[in-house]
Design a protein. Sequence first.
Length: 94
Amino acid sequence: MEFAVFMTLPGLVILLVAIAFGDQVLRATGRGRRRGQLSATGFEQLHATFSPGKQSELKERQSALLLRDDEEDGAPPNRSTVDLGSGRAVIRLP
């Protein structure tokens, strides 16, 4: 019977709040080893159910995780360098 309650929308919200409370208790006692919160993911998915904009945001976030991020993207090859540590920039004209 308890499973049927959590299959409804109010039951799902109650379950997510209980998981969020459990996450916070584990973090406060130092026993939580996860960096991300399970309840935050659940609330984002619930929000995406009712908001098409949130669905687009979650899809964009997922695709950004799959893309490779190169350090030299967008910069001309081997022409100019900037060293922020020493405060020096070298610009070579073609």
